[in-house]
Design a protein around this ligand. Structure first.
Ligand SMILES: C[S@@+](CC[C@H](N)C(=O)[O-])C[C@H]1O[C@@H](n2cnc3c(N)ncnc32)[C@H](O)[C@@H]1O
Length: 189
C-alpha cells in the first residue's frame, strides 16, 4: 500500500507517524476510531492491526474509497470499518451523539479549524485526538520559509488550529515533531 501510494502520488502517513499511531493504539486500546481522510486505507489499516477497535472513516474521493475498500478486504478488516462517503464537513454532523476514543484527522489542512469544531464534541472524555501535518513541512513554525503565496492560508489555519487548542483550558495539547507534525489533544481529567 505504501509503494502504491508513492507511485500514484497519494499522500499517506510517514513511517514515524505510523509507528506513533501503532504505539498509541497499543497503549490506549481504543474501541472506536474515527478517521477523517482515509485515502486508500493505509493509516486506518495500521491502526486497526494494532488494536481491536472498529472504525468510522470519512473520505470524499470515490477512486480512493474504491481502493480503500479493496485494501481493507484483502487485510480482512472490512467487518471492522464503516466508510462514510462525502465531504466531511457535511458528513461529520451526522455522527452527532456518537463518541470516539481515538480520532485521527488527516483530511484537508485548510479546513482543520471548521473540522475541529465538528470533531471535539465527538471525542470521548478519555479519548485522544491526533491531527497530522500540523507543522506543514516546517512552514508553520517558520523553520522553512513559505515558498509560494498559495500556501499562506493553510499555514495560517494550522497556526490558529494549534494556538486555539493550546489556549483551551479543557485540553492538554502537545505538538510532536514526528512526520509532518502531529498535534495530540486530550481532555484534562
Ligand atoms: C493525506 S490523505 C489521507 C491519508 C490517509 N490518512 C493515510 O495516511 O493512509 C487526505 C485524504 O483526505 C481526503 N479529503 C480531502 N478533503 C476531504 C473532505 N472535505 N472530506 C473528506 N475527505 C477529504 C482526500 O481525498 C485524501 O484522500
Amino acid at each position: 500500500m505504501e509503494a502504491f501510494a508513492r507511485e500514484n502520488n497519494i499522500p499517506v502517513i510517514l513511517r514515524d507517524t505510523r509507528a506513533y499511531l501503532e504505539n498509541l493504539c497499543r497503549n490506549l486500546r481504543p474501541k472506536r476510531i474515527l478517521e477523517v481522510g482515509t485515502a486508500i486505507g493505509y493509516s486506518i489499516s495500521c491502526m486497526l492491526r494494532a488494536c481491536d477497535a472498529n472504525a468510522t472513516c470519512m473520505e470524499a474521493s470515490m477512486p480512493n474509497i474504491k481502493l480503500a475498500r479493496q485494501n481493507l478486504e484483502v487485510l480482512g478488516l472490512t467487518p471492522r470499518v464503516n466508510i462514510v462517503v462525502g465531504d466531511c464537513l457535511k458528513t461529520l454532523p451526522g455522527l452527532n451523539g456518537e463518541k470516539f476514543d481515538l480520532i485521527f484527522l488527516d483530511g484537508p489542512k485548510g479546513k482543520y479549524l471548521e473540522i475541529l469544531d465538528l470533531l471535539l464534541p465527538l471525542l470521548d472524555n478519555n479519548g485522544v485526538l491526533v491531527a497530522d501535518n500540523v507543522l506543514f513541512r516546517g512552514m508553520v513554525e517558520g523553520e522553512t520559509p513559505i515558498p509560494e503565496p498559495r500556501f499562506v492560508p493553510t499555514v495560517e489555519v494550522l497556526r490558529t488550529f494549534i494556538d486555539r487548542l493550546q489556549r483551551d483550558p479543557r485540553f492538554i495539547t502537545t505538538v510532536h515533531h514526528i512526520g509532518d507534525g502531529l498535534c495530540e489533544v486530550r481532555y484534562k481529567n
